[in-house]
Design a protein around this ligand. Sequence first.
Ligand SMILES: Cc1ncc(COP(=O)(O)O)c(C=O)c1O
Length: 368
Amino acid sequence: MEQSTPSEPLSYAVTRNPTPASDAERARRMDSQPFGTVWSDHLAKATWTLEGGWGSRRVEAFSDLVLHPGATVLHYGQQVFEGLKAYRWADGGIHLFRPEANAARFAASAARMALPPLPEEDFLASIEALLSVDAAWVPAQDETSLYLRPLLIGTEACLGVRPSMTVEYLLMASPVGAYFPHGVKPVSIWVAQGFHRAGAGGTGQAKTAGNYAASMLPQQQAADHGCDQVLFLDAIHDAYVEELGGMNVFAVRRDGSVWTPRVTGTILEGVTRDSVIELLRGDGRDVIERDIPLAELRDGIASGAVTELFACGTAAVVTPIGRLVAPELDLVVGDGGAGALTQSIRGRLTDIQYGRAPDEHGWMQRVV
Ligand SMILES: Cc1ncc(COP(=O)(O)O)c(C=O)c1O
């Protein structure tokens, strides 16, 4: 499907919610709810048609969707999404972390799923428009943020397997605290058995629903084995570490180097992953992007050559991995606690995101 050019100016017409949550109600809803279960007062939207391209940009009251039961998104999963956060700084300003990276990945995911990419400036304009009316939903406490969820769905009612000729863009926002309810404690990970997240030429690199649907059964099995998260191996050899269901993985070695799986098209290229690599390389540290056999990781943890493992992503930032579990394998990583480098990289990243440290990389963008 050809990339459309914007067919009208990038202004989102704002119609305010006539019954927004009161201050008290908003405060009540924002208070320690499970991740991603509370919604702000508005949605930003845009509509794409084959003839007209992108148009009808608007912000309106948050409401349920009216969707034809035959919409392609419901039958064939033609959709892509993103996840980024708006952070409130001590001075009250609201900032985004590398939103242009999410905009670019949103467009790349859309292209893979034969959806019309939303232009980057449109992506950013929609966030600004939504925050212009929902700024009060950006929480101010430590470790909190407003999680932004851009979504693109095929809306045409058609049972033929072909790209939808009408597409809806939606941006919703959800105030969040920490992703893991028990805070920054180390998580345990279960190595998926007989299931893979993505194969060569598939959709692993795209942020699209099917990848996550496919991860739910292995994630349940991880929970059945007492683990917090599932780790996927590659689909060809069933041997190389790829990523978790929703996070990238790093291993810290005793010699000071840091390893992370190289991206080959089956792994989501995380914005956090890229930022961690840049911060570590900026320190002069050796960061090696390579294939990592599970056997090598296992032996390294057992011998002490691997001292720390951590996962990273927008939702949970940087999370220590304390235990690696598979049939006939149950290894504690390091001393099972949060390693020094894991803690320091998490601290540095969150200090930049919350404006507590200088933004030397030009990653933060003020919106309000
Ligand atoms: C499968 C998967 N891997 C990795 C990540 C981390 O990506 P990011 O750092 O851009 O949030 C995510 C989260 O978006 C994900 O869903």
